[in-house]
Design a protein around this ligand. Structure first.
Ligand code: PGA
Length: 241
């Protein structure tokens, strides 16, 4: 793992955007694995700026997102499809037909998961996968558990995650309890992985990801087994390293 420690969130966002931009510049047809949540918002702003200033071109880029809440349509303001449109896709020259997010309203969940994995395989896998990390060490919605699942699957969210995500909803009762998520297999198959984390609240999870024992109870620790991971964290998140 390559660790980059930045002064603050603003610098983290710039460094992460530059990493992503490198992939885009070196391969105009790159497949980008993208993530939602508070962590990547600054990075997406930076990518939008670079695109507007002509530094990077998204016209032939494809994106694949990690996860989506069950029961929310793409128009729901808390769905991850809405998040991606609002924070990135609506502001760059990407063809939305080339942006994939699991369908949280799929009638046949099993089929949706199978098709999502088939789509990723068809694209040749992701060239780079962006990840945040949960306070509890989850990546995407792969929550700490006795066992982890390789493929895209339906999962329940832990109380920790529901609490952490309640900040985006009017009340905690509105946070969906289940989601579709790419599995550890899908994530680990990416050629390169970028993990971003900011703030003291992430320090324990970051320490366990970087230095802890590899355990399904700390899904981010699995990343120690990947050959090309860049961890970009601010000083607060790096506090326990
Ligand atoms: P955050 O979430 O970026 O909103 O902190 C990260 C995660 O839960 O994976």
């Amino acid at each position: 793992m390559k660790i980059i420690i930045t002064k603050n969130y603003e610098e983290l966002s710039k460094v992460a955007a530059n990493e992503m931009a490198e992939t885009i510049k070196s391969n105009p047809k790159a497949i980008l694995g993208l993530a939602t949540g508070g962590s990547p918002i600054g990075m997406y702003k930076e990518l939008i700026r670079m695109n507007k200033e002509g530094e990077i071109d998204f016209s032939t880029i494809t994106t694949v997102n990690l996860d989506e809440y069950i029961g929310l349509s793409g128009e729901h303001t808390q769905s991850y499809r809405y998040f991606m449109n609002d924070n990135l896709f609506n502001h760059i020259n990407i063809d939305k037909k080339n942006t994939y997010v699991p369908n949280g309203l799929a009638e046949n969940i099993e089929e949706e998961c199978k098709n999502y994995d088939a789509k990723i395989a068809d694209l040749g896998g992701t060239d780079v996968q962006l990840l945040g990390i949960g306070n509890n060490g989850h990546i995407a919605f792969n929550e700490p558990d006795q066992e982890l699942v390789a493929g895209t699957h339906l999962t329940g969210l832990t109380e920790d995650t529901i609490k952490a995500n309640a900040r985006f909803f009017d009340s905690i009762d509105e946070v969906p309890k289940t989601a579709l998520t790419m599995g550890l297999g899908g994530i680990m198959k990416s050629k390169k992985i970028i993990v971003i984390a900011s703030g003291e609240g992430k320090a324990e999870a970051v320490k366990a990801m970087v230095n802890g024992k590899i355990s399904t109870n700390m899904p981010a620790s699995m990343l120690q087994m990947h050959r090309d991971v860049v961890v970009i964290i601010d000083e607060a998140a790096a506090k326990l390293l």
